[in-house]
Design a protein around this ligand. Structure first.
Ligand code: DOR
Length: 436
């Protein structure tokens, strides 16, 4: 593999504006960005005329199922899906088997990823009611994940006293899945026997999400603790943060919570089931406004694959979650084309702002000295999401049949071409991310 690479005549996002430019990559980094760069005859060239160059997507919430649940997905198949989707780095969640709640399990994931991952990787450490010491010392990690609800077993931390102990000790980022487990439990009984999957959004309702977000915010304010609210899903939570968001708090939204709502149960049934659930069209609009206004900081997919057989079992026996890494960028760029936002905002929400929030050095910006994690997209061609083209092991997408633009043409990880016009280069390996 050559240490040099020239991307010629791409429309490049430079300093928040687009300019047609050459980009020279050297030893895994961006070496030069200029209108025309002279090169040696042996430097490989990617002709990017008519294509747009964006910083590679950093997906800050994914569930890649390894170890223990590889029948749904594994780090190799998931990272192939990332490469195809323009995702050059990901932050992965601890609800694997065994759980990622100790240094030993974190090391195991890092080791597996170094052998199998086509893109860069980072892992959360999962909080239990008992592993306070691990939460502060585990390294490297992007932060502590707390499931306040929608979880069972050791990873469910739903008692305020246990939550307060975690918020009170240490300084590193706490990311919360904010749903009120007590309310969910009570409503599950109230709605027992209903098999229409649409009831999922009623059981785990807006109030359940709001209660937990309020509690996390209260504890974060009490201890001035760095808090990140994962997959914010309701208008109520967005309005809460609009009026009360300390500078040390960030929030994310998924593409699904922006472009899907409860009407999806009518078309794709339990394949629309996720936690927190899909909400109303009004919630979609309030979330869009919050994202555009900076109340919500960035986007994550919550890629959570389950097999078609599992998803077809019938509610309430179906698991929650849907895949997302290979469709998130075209979904958002199609929204940009439709006028919901700008391409520059998409690049910020899916890369620059994530690198900033998680203090990932040298990523998320196209400028000399930054890592050459890049994606070239085609903003003119429309192509449908097709099941047979999916790389995720689960083999389905909630967006099948959607006609999208902004599909990645070439994805580059650390200066290496990992996806090129439909072909994956499966010999490429990403690196462990570091967190400043
Ligand atoms: O829908 C979801 N599925 N939400 C989560 O937070 C967990 C995920 C999973 O792991 O399946």
């Amino acid at each position: 593999m050559s240490a040099h690479l020239l991307i010629r005549q791409a429309t490049v996002l430079i300093d928040r504006a687009f300019q047609v430019s050459d980009v020279l990559v050297q030893d895994g980094k961006i070496a030069q960005v200029a209108p025309e760069i002279a090169i040696d005859s042996d430097t490989p060239v990617i002709d990017a005329t008519g294509l747009t160059l964006l910083p590679g997507v950093i997906d800050p919430q994914v569930h890649f199922r390894e170890p223990g649940l590889e029948y749904k997905e594994d780090l190799f198949t998931a990272s192939c899906a990332c490469a195809k989707g323009g995702v050059t780095s990901f932050l992965e969640m601890p609800n694997t088997k065994p759980l990622t709640t100790t240094q030993e399990m974190l090391n195991d994931k890092l080791d597996r990823a170094s052998q199998k991952c086509l893109v860069n990787y980072g892992f959360f450490i999962g909080a239990t009611a008992e592993n306070l010491p691990d939460l502060e010392t585990a390294n490297p990690t992007c932060g502590i994940k707390i499931f306040m609800g929608s979880m069972h077993g050791a990873l469910l931390v739903d008692q305020e006293s246990a939550l307060e102990r975690i918020f009170a000790s240490g300084r590193r980022l706490i990311a919360v899945h904010a749903e009120d487990q007590a309310r969910i439990r009570a409503r599950r009984e109230q709605f027992a026997g209903i098999t229409d999957p649409a009831v999922h959004s009623q059981i785990q309702d807006n109030q359940a999400a709001l209660n937990a977000t309020q509690l996390a915010l209260k504890l974060s304010k009490k201890y001035q603790r760095r808090l990140h609210i994962l997959h914010l899903s309701t208008g109520e939570e967005a309005e809460l943060l609009r009026h009360d968001k300390p500078v040390w708090v960030t929030a994310e939204v998924t593409p699904q919570h922006l472009v899907l709502n409860t009407s999806a149960y009518e078309t794709i049934g339990t394949f629309a089931q996720m936690n927190p659930p899909l909400r109303s069209p009004q919630d979609n609009e309030i979330l869009w406004n919050a994202l555009r206004d900076g109340v919500i900081d960035f986007i994550a997919t919550d890629h959570a694959p389950h097999t078609i057989e599992e998803k077809a079992q019938g509610y309430p026996n179906t698991p929650s979650g849907m895949p997302g890494v290979e469709t998130s960028l075209p979904i958002m760029l199609t929204q940009a084309k439709q006028g919901k936002c700008t391409v520059e905002q998409v690049a910020n929400w899916m890369s620059t702002a994530v690198a900033k929030a998680y203090k990932i050095p040298n990523k998320g910006i196209i400028a000399p000295g930054y890592d050459a994690d890049l994606v070239l997209v085609d903003l003119d061609t429309y192509k449908p999401v097709l099941r047979e083209e999916l790389q995720t092991k689960c083999g389905w997408s909630p967006f099948e049949g959607w006609n999208l633009t902004g599909w990645p043409v070439v994805t580059i990880v650390g200066g290496q071409v990992v996806f090129d016009r439909g072909k994956l280069h499966t010999d490429v390996r990403g690196k462990a991310l570091s967190f400043g």
